[in-house]
Design a binder for this molecule. Structure first.
Ligand code: ADP
Ligand code: MG
Length: 398
């Protein structure tokens, strides 16, 4: 894959697909601008190398229609503040007005195109829409890792029309850290997997078992593993249809010599909402009417010990219902254990990311992925459509 550094961008119109899909409150105030900060190295590099910078992104789910509340203009303002220059907001992302704007750009100027998803063509990976976008540029750069698992026009089809294509620093970083963890990692390689469901991560679980030395599970998904071992988990959230699958996964791990850890104790509650009857119990003694809400302190300690010799750690998924204080300890303790480890640590997942920030441990993690779905897709071992498209054009000598 070619990177932005290998392409002559001086004086050229450079369209950078970024992901600045930031959360906003009802007054369109940006509530977290991590994603805006994440694109600064690539944008700044393009400016320093005398490009005309055209940025494209989606925001929210407008479903192919113009929704004023989903305009990217607040992002243009915030970005302008970081870049210390005007970021001009385009009225749309394609069309004659936008073409005129782009063709009048001077070197060192930045334009942010309006929300790509105001056009249905974006998510349909429509070639006409992709060609119209590509027509705005001399060089196309993909720096939107978080959407690379989707074949959208601005990440996939566009590579068939843009004169030259490459990757930005954020995308490059994501892929190279992931490679470090999965292709020839320093061992032991330990995976920590938690979160809501086995079903949403089944392919990732299967693939990870091929790579890791130790496997630790937590969160609601651990309940189904416990159940497959014949443990009665009371009213805990489980996936009945996956109990056998869970058992098979554990058997597979065993056959491969992967050490598989399940929680030994749990924080239980009588009801998730009322937070009543909160107790710490061994997993074999979950009261009939109770639900497992978090891993218990013995499990936290066990997992911390098991992490002690890790050289590489990959973590996705919280250990419990961390959003609620009484059930947050397992996840926060795990964040600290991973942070304190000297291993190369890679963490990904929308909720896991939130939990890490809540724990105040994001600085001590080697790399936090900016893509929830895309990170999971990497864990599944499948090529990401956006990345595959870049590889393909560059292989063809484009
Ligand atoms: P990520 O976004 O990091 O991949 P998931 O979306 O898979 O993580 O899972 C996060 C959700 O799982 C959180 O909302 C959390 O409350 C929930 N969860 C974790 N443990 C439990 C549990 N024991 N019971 C119910 N929900 C849980
Ligand atoms: Mg999630």
């Amino acid at each position: 894959m070619k990177t932005i550094k290998e392409i002559d961008i001086s004086g050229k119109r450079v369209l950078i697909r970024v992901d600045v899909n930031v959360p906003m409150d009802k007054f369109q105030n940006i509530t977290d601008d991590t994603r805006i900060k994440g694109i600064l190295p690539t944008v700044q590099y393009a400016l320093d190398h005398h490009a005309k910078v055209i940025l494209a992104s989606h925001l929210g789910r407008p479903k192919g229609k113009t929704v004023p509340e989903m305009s990217l203009s607040p992002v243009a303002m915030r970005l302008g503040r970081y870049l210390k220059k005007l970021v001009k907001m385009a009225p749309d992302c394609v069309g004659s007005d936008v073409e005129a704007l782009v063709n009048n750009m001077k070197t060192g100027e930045v334009i942010l195109l309006e929300n790509l998803r105001f056009h249905q063509g974006e998510q349909d990976n429509d070639e006409n829409f992709a060609a119209a976008l590509a027509g705005l540029c001399d060089v196309y750069i993909n720096d939107a890792f978080a959407v690379c698992h989707r074949a959208n026009a601005s990440v996939e089809a566009i590579t068939r029309f843009a004169p030259e294509c490459g990757a930005g620093f954020l995308l490059q970083n994501e892929l190279s850290y992931f490679k470090k963890a999965f292709d020839n990692p320093a061992r032991p390689l330990v995976a920590i997997i938690g979160g809501a469901k086995i079903s949403s991560k089944l392919a990732a679980l299967e693939n990870m078992l091929k790579h890791v030395d130790k496997f630790m599970v937590g969160g609601a998904m651990a309940n189904t593993f416990l159940k497959s071992m014949g443990i009665d988990v009371g009213r805990s959230k489980t996936e009945e249809d996956l109990v056998i699958t869970a058992g098979n996964l554990m058997k597979k791990a065993d056959d491969k010599g992967v050490i598989f850890y399940v929680p030994v104790d749990a924080v239980v509650a009588g009801s998730q909402d009322a937070e009543v009857d909160i107790k710490i119990v061994p997993v074999k003694e979950v009261p009939e009417g109770s639900m497992i809400m978090d891993i218990g302190p013995a499990t936290s300690l066990l997992y911390e010990e098991a992490l002690a010799d890790a050289k590489t750690i990959v973590w996705n998924g919280p250990m419990g219902v961390f959003e609620e204080e009484p059930f947050s300890k397992g996840t926060l303790t795990m964040a600290r254990s991973v942070a304190e480890s000297s291993a190369l640590s890679i963490v990904g997942g929308g909720d896991t990311d939130v939990a890490l920030h809540k724990a105040g441990e994001s600085e001590r993690i080697t790399y936090i992925s900016t893509g929830g779905g895309a990170f999971l897709a990497l864990l599944e071992g499948e090529p990401l459509p956006g990345v595959a498209a870049l590889d393909k054009v560059n292989m063809a000598g484009n």
